[in-house]
Design a protein around this ligand. Structure first.
Ligand code: ZN
Length: 309
Protein backbone atom coordinates (compact mmCIF):
# COMPACT_ATOMS: atom_id res chain seq x y z
CA UNK A 1 0.00 0.00 0.00
CA UNK A 2 1.19 3.57 -0.55
CA UNK A 3 0.98 5.30 2.79
CA UNK A 4 1.62 8.88 3.92
CA UNK A 5 2.09 10.37 7.37
CA UNK A 6 0.46 13.75 7.91
CA UNK A 7 1.94 16.06 10.54
CA UNK A 8 2.63 19.74 11.18
CA UNK A 9 4.54 21.73 13.84
CA UNK A 10 1.30 23.55 14.80
CA UNK A 11 0.10 20.35 16.50
CA UNK A 12 2.90 20.74 19.06
CA UNK A 13 1.86 24.30 19.99
CA UNK A 14 -1.06 23.14 22.14
CA UNK A 15 0.02 22.42 25.72
CA UNK A 16 -1.98 22.05 28.91
CA UNK A 17 0.74 22.39 31.53
CA UNK A 18 3.77 20.32 32.53
CA UNK A 19 1.65 17.97 34.65
CA UNK A 20 -0.63 16.99 31.78
CA UNK A 21 -0.12 13.59 30.04
CA UNK A 22 -1.49 14.88 26.70
CA UNK A 23 1.72 16.69 25.85
CA UNK A 24 3.67 17.75 22.73
CA UNK A 25 6.31 15.19 23.78
CA UNK A 26 3.94 12.52 22.44
CA UNK A 27 4.53 13.67 18.86
CA UNK A 28 8.30 13.78 19.42
CA UNK A 29 8.18 10.22 20.79
CA UNK A 30 6.34 9.08 17.66
CA UNK A 31 8.91 10.75 15.39
CA UNK A 32 11.76 9.09 17.32
CA UNK A 33 10.27 5.64 16.93
CA UNK A 34 9.48 6.13 13.24
CA UNK A 35 13.17 6.89 12.74
CA UNK A 36 14.25 3.96 14.90
CA UNK A 37 11.98 1.65 12.90
CA UNK A 38 13.57 3.06 9.73
CA UNK A 39 10.16 4.14 8.49
CA UNK A 40 11.05 7.81 8.09
CA UNK A 41 12.67 7.22 4.71
CA UNK A 42 10.07 4.73 3.47
CA UNK A 43 6.84 6.59 4.15
CA UNK A 44 5.97 9.82 2.41
CA UNK A 45 5.55 12.84 4.69
CA UNK A 46 2.84 15.39 3.99
CA UNK A 47 1.18 18.35 5.66
CA UNK A 48 -1.98 20.30 4.98
CA UNK A 49 -3.77 23.59 5.70
CA UNK A 50 -5.78 24.36 8.83
CA UNK A 51 -9.42 23.25 8.72
CA UNK A 52 -11.93 25.86 7.61
CA UNK A 53 -14.79 26.85 9.88
CA UNK A 54 -17.17 25.38 7.33
CA UNK A 55 -15.52 21.97 7.71
CA UNK A 56 -15.72 22.11 11.52
CA UNK A 57 -19.36 23.23 11.39
CA UNK A 58 -20.34 20.02 9.58
CA UNK A 59 -19.82 18.26 12.93
CA UNK A 60 -19.79 20.99 15.59
CA UNK A 61 -21.92 23.91 16.71
CA UNK A 62 -20.91 27.51 16.19
CA UNK A 63 -21.03 27.75 20.00
CA UNK A 64 -18.17 25.25 20.38
CA UNK A 65 -15.98 27.09 17.88
CA UNK A 66 -16.66 30.37 19.70
CA UNK A 67 -15.99 28.78 23.11
CA UNK A 68 -12.52 27.67 22.03
CA UNK A 69 -11.58 30.71 19.95
CA UNK A 70 -12.85 33.35 22.37
CA UNK A 71 -11.22 31.95 25.52
CA UNK A 72 -7.60 31.64 24.43
CA UNK A 73 -5.47 32.91 27.34
CA UNK A 74 -2.26 34.93 27.20
CA UNK A 75 1.20 33.43 26.83
CA UNK A 76 2.09 30.98 29.61
CA UNK A 77 -1.49 30.87 30.93
CA UNK A 78 -4.21 28.22 30.71
CA UNK A 79 -7.99 28.46 30.49
CA UNK A 80 -9.76 25.35 31.85
CA UNK A 81 -12.71 24.08 29.81
CA UNK A 82 -13.05 21.20 32.27
CA UNK A 83 -10.77 19.63 34.89
CA UNK A 84 -8.44 18.04 32.35
CA UNK A 85 -9.13 19.95 29.11
CA UNK A 86 -7.37 23.30 28.95
CA UNK A 87 -6.62 25.98 26.40
CA UNK A 88 -3.30 27.73 25.89
CA UNK A 89 -2.78 30.69 23.60
CA UNK A 90 -2.16 28.50 20.53
CA UNK A 91 -4.80 25.81 21.14
CA UNK A 92 -7.21 27.00 18.44
CA UNK A 93 -4.41 27.08 15.86
CA UNK A 94 -3.31 23.56 16.84
CA UNK A 95 -6.87 22.21 16.81
CA UNK A 96 -7.60 23.72 13.39
CA UNK A 97 -4.38 22.20 12.05
CA UNK A 98 -5.16 18.77 13.56
CA UNK A 99 -8.58 18.67 11.89
CA UNK A 100 -7.07 20.15 8.72
CA UNK A 101 -4.53 17.33 8.43
CA UNK A 102 -7.29 14.74 8.80
CA UNK A 103 -9.20 16.54 6.03
CA UNK A 104 -6.13 16.75 3.77
CA UNK A 105 -5.47 13.04 4.27
CA UNK A 106 -9.11 12.30 3.44
CA UNK A 107 -8.88 14.34 0.22
CA UNK A 108 -5.66 12.58 -0.79
CA UNK A 109 -6.96 9.08 -0.10
CA UNK A 110 -10.24 9.71 -1.92
CA UNK A 111 -8.33 11.46 -4.71
CA UNK A 112 -6.20 8.35 -5.08
CA UNK A 113 -2.69 9.81 -4.71
CA UNK A 114 -2.15 7.48 -1.72
CA UNK A 115 -3.95 4.37 -0.44
CA UNK A 116 -3.98 5.24 3.23
CA UNK A 117 -2.63 7.73 5.76
CA UNK A 118 -1.74 8.13 9.41
CA UNK A 119 -2.23 11.59 10.93
CA UNK A 120 0.14 12.31 13.82
CA UNK A 121 -2.07 15.03 15.26
CA UNK A 122 -3.12 16.56 18.56
CA UNK A 123 -5.21 17.65 20.33
CA UNK A 124 -7.08 14.34 20.00
CA UNK A 125 -10.78 14.30 19.14
CA UNK A 126 -12.95 11.31 19.95
CA UNK A 127 -14.47 12.61 23.21
CA UNK A 128 -15.41 15.98 21.66
CA UNK A 129 -19.19 16.21 21.41
CA UNK A 130 -20.92 18.27 18.72
CA UNK A 131 -21.40 21.16 21.16
CA UNK A 132 -18.85 20.46 23.89
CA UNK A 133 -15.13 19.87 24.38
CA UNK A 134 -14.27 16.96 26.67
CA UNK A 135 -11.49 14.68 27.86
CA UNK A 136 -8.41 16.39 26.30
CA UNK A 137 -10.41 16.85 23.04
CA UNK A 138 -11.48 20.16 21.43
CA UNK A 139 -12.77 19.18 17.97
CA UNK A 140 -13.51 15.65 16.79
CA UNK A 141 -10.96 15.19 14.01
CA UNK A 142 -12.24 11.82 12.81
CA UNK A 143 -15.90 12.89 12.87
CA UNK A 144 -15.07 16.07 10.94
CA UNK A 145 -13.16 14.05 8.34
CA UNK A 146 -15.96 11.47 8.05
CA UNK A 147 -18.54 14.21 7.51
CA UNK A 148 -16.27 15.71 4.84
CA UNK A 149 -16.07 12.33 3.07
CA UNK A 150 -19.86 11.96 3.18
CA UNK A 151 -20.99 15.49 2.48
CA UNK A 152 -18.24 16.94 0.28
CA UNK A 153 -17.04 13.83 -1.55
CA UNK A 154 -20.46 12.19 -1.62
CA UNK A 155 -19.51 8.81 -0.14
CA UNK A 156 -22.56 6.84 0.94
CA UNK A 157 -21.11 4.55 3.61
CA UNK A 158 -18.08 4.90 5.87
CA UNK A 159 -16.83 3.10 8.96
CA UNK A 160 -15.13 4.57 12.01
CA UNK A 161 -13.07 2.09 14.00
CA UNK A 162 -11.86 3.23 17.43
CA UNK A 163 -9.28 1.18 19.35
CA UNK A 164 -8.50 3.77 22.03
CA UNK A 165 -8.94 2.37 25.56
CA UNK A 166 -11.63 4.98 26.23
CA UNK A 167 -15.11 5.02 24.72
CA UNK A 168 -15.30 7.40 21.75
CA UNK A 169 -18.44 8.98 23.12
CA UNK A 170 -18.13 12.12 21.01
CA UNK A 171 -17.98 10.14 17.79
CA UNK A 172 -20.86 7.94 18.86
CA UNK A 173 -22.94 11.04 19.68
CA UNK A 174 -22.27 12.45 16.21
CA UNK A 175 -23.34 9.38 14.27
CA UNK A 176 -25.63 7.37 16.56
CA UNK A 177 -28.63 7.82 14.27
CA UNK A 178 -26.78 7.96 10.94
CA UNK A 179 -27.14 4.72 8.96
CA UNK A 180 -24.28 5.81 6.65
CA UNK A 181 -21.73 5.46 9.44
CA UNK A 182 -20.74 2.21 11.17
CA UNK A 183 -18.84 2.77 14.40
CA UNK A 184 -16.89 -0.22 15.72
CA UNK A 185 -14.90 0.03 18.92
CA UNK A 186 -13.91 -1.63 22.14
CA UNK A 187 -13.41 0.26 25.34
CA UNK A 188 -12.48 -0.51 28.91
CA UNK A 189 -15.63 -0.53 31.06
CA UNK A 190 -16.41 0.77 33.58
CA UNK A 191 -13.97 3.59 32.89
CA UNK A 192 -13.79 7.19 31.74
CA UNK A 193 -15.99 8.74 30.25
CA UNK A 194 -18.43 6.49 32.15
CA UNK A 195 -21.00 6.35 29.37
CA UNK A 196 -23.22 3.29 29.47
CA UNK A 197 -22.68 0.93 26.52
CA UNK A 198 -25.56 1.07 24.08
CA UNK A 199 -27.07 -1.91 22.28
CA UNK A 200 -25.07 -3.46 19.45
CA UNK A 201 -26.79 -2.71 16.13
CA UNK A 202 -25.84 -2.97 12.47
CA UNK A 203 -24.05 0.41 12.65
CA UNK A 204 -23.03 0.54 16.32
CA UNK A 205 -20.63 -2.19 17.42
CA UNK A 206 -19.11 -0.63 20.51
CA UNK A 207 -18.00 -3.42 22.82
CA UNK A 208 -17.21 -2.89 26.52
CA UNK A 209 -14.31 -4.98 27.84
CA UNK A 210 -13.10 -5.58 31.39
CA UNK A 211 -9.94 -4.06 32.81
CA UNK A 212 -6.80 -6.17 32.28
CA UNK A 213 -8.14 -7.52 28.97
CA UNK A 214 -5.35 -8.30 26.52
CA UNK A 215 -4.84 -9.22 22.90
CA UNK A 216 -6.73 -12.54 23.13
CA UNK A 217 -9.96 -10.81 24.21
CA UNK A 218 -9.58 -8.01 21.70
CA UNK A 219 -8.70 -10.20 18.71
CA UNK A 220 -11.73 -12.40 19.47
CA UNK A 221 -14.13 -9.46 19.51
CA UNK A 222 -12.61 -8.08 16.33
CA UNK A 223 -13.09 -11.44 14.58
CA UNK A 224 -16.54 -12.15 15.95
CA UNK A 225 -18.12 -8.71 16.15
CA UNK A 226 -16.23 -6.01 14.21
CA UNK A 227 -15.41 -7.91 11.04
CA UNK A 228 -18.88 -9.32 10.30
CA UNK A 229 -20.39 -5.86 10.84
CA UNK A 230 -17.75 -4.21 8.65
CA UNK A 231 -18.27 -6.70 5.83
CA UNK A 232 -22.05 -6.25 6.07
CA UNK A 233 -21.75 -2.44 5.99
CA UNK A 234 -19.35 -2.43 3.01
CA UNK A 235 -17.75 0.92 3.89
CA UNK A 236 -16.33 2.96 1.01
CA UNK A 237 -13.72 4.34 3.40
CA UNK A 238 -12.48 3.49 6.89
CA UNK A 239 -11.46 6.04 9.50
CA UNK A 240 -9.49 4.90 12.51
CA UNK A 241 -9.49 6.63 15.88
CA UNK A 242 -6.04 5.32 16.71
CA UNK A 243 -5.50 5.59 20.44
CA UNK A 244 -2.71 3.52 21.95
CA UNK A 245 -3.62 3.84 25.63
CA UNK A 246 -4.87 0.23 25.80
CA UNK A 247 -1.16 -0.75 25.71
CA UNK A 248 -0.09 -2.70 28.78
CA UNK A 249 2.59 -0.11 29.62
CA UNK A 250 0.08 2.77 29.55
CA UNK A 251 -0.92 3.81 33.07
CA UNK A 252 -3.88 5.92 31.93
CA UNK A 253 -5.56 2.76 30.70
CA UNK A 254 -5.89 -0.60 32.42
CA UNK A 255 -5.66 -2.99 29.48
CA UNK A 256 -2.85 -5.17 28.18
CA UNK A 257 -2.38 -4.79 24.42
CA UNK A 258 1.10 -4.87 22.87
CA UNK A 259 2.47 -3.61 19.56
CA UNK A 260 1.71 -6.92 17.82
CA UNK A 261 -1.97 -6.52 18.69
CA UNK A 262 -2.10 -3.07 17.07
CA UNK A 263 -0.39 -4.48 13.98
CA UNK A 264 -2.83 -7.40 13.85
CA UNK A 265 -5.91 -5.14 14.16
CA UNK A 266 -4.48 -2.84 11.48
CA UNK A 267 -3.92 -5.73 9.07
CA UNK A 268 -7.52 -6.86 9.50
CA UNK A 269 -8.73 -3.32 8.72
CA UNK A 270 -6.45 -3.08 5.67
CA UNK A 271 -8.05 -6.33 4.44
CA UNK A 272 -11.57 -4.95 4.90
CA UNK A 273 -10.57 -1.71 3.20
CA UNK A 274 -9.06 -3.56 0.28
CA UNK A 275 -12.19 -5.67 -0.18
CA UNK A 276 -14.78 -2.89 0.06
CA UNK A 277 -13.11 0.52 0.00
CA UNK A 278 -10.38 0.44 -2.60
CA UNK A 279 -7.91 0.32 0.30
CA UNK A 280 -8.97 3.74 1.61
CA UNK A 281 -8.06 4.31 5.29
CA UNK A 282 -7.38 7.51 7.21
CA UNK A 283 -6.08 6.88 10.72
CA UNK A 284 -5.88 9.69 13.28
CA UNK A 285 -3.98 9.68 16.56
CA UNK A 286 -6.15 9.77 19.69
CA UNK A 287 -4.70 8.73 23.09
CA UNK A 288 -1.51 6.96 24.16
CA UNK A 289 0.43 8.39 27.08
CA UNK A 290 3.37 6.13 27.82
CA UNK A 291 5.78 7.79 25.42
CA UNK A 292 7.85 4.72 24.59
CA UNK A 293 4.84 2.40 24.15
CA UNK A 294 3.06 5.08 22.10
CA UNK A 295 5.96 5.53 19.70
CA UNK A 296 6.52 1.79 19.27
CA UNK A 297 2.80 1.14 18.76
CA UNK A 298 2.45 3.88 16.15
CA UNK A 299 5.47 2.45 14.29
CA UNK A 300 3.81 -0.99 14.29
CA UNK A 301 0.49 0.53 13.13
CA UNK A 302 2.09 2.52 10.30
CA UNK A 303 4.18 -0.46 9.21
CA UNK A 304 0.98 -2.52 8.99
CA UNK A 305 -0.86 0.22 7.08
CA UNK A 306 1.98 0.26 4.57
CA UNK A 307 2.28 -3.54 4.63
CA UNK A 308 5.99 -3.27 5.32
CA UNK A 309 5.96 -5.91 8.08
ZN1 ZN B 1 -7.96 7.31 25.41
Amino acid sequence: MSTAIYSHPDCSLHEMGDWHPETPARLRAIEDQLILARLDGLIERRDGPPATEAALLRNHTRGLLDLVRDNLPGAGKHYPLDGDTLLCKDSYQAALRAAGLALAATDAVIGGSIDNAFCAIRPPGHHALPAEPMGFCLFNNVAIAARHALEVHGLERVAIVDFDVHHGNGTEASFRDDPRVLMASFFQHPFYPFTEPGPVTATSVNIPVAAYSGGDVVRKLVQEQWLPALHAHRPQMIFISAGFDAHREDDLGGMALVEADYAWITHRLVEVAREHAGGRIVSCLEGGYNLSALGRSVAAHVKALAELD
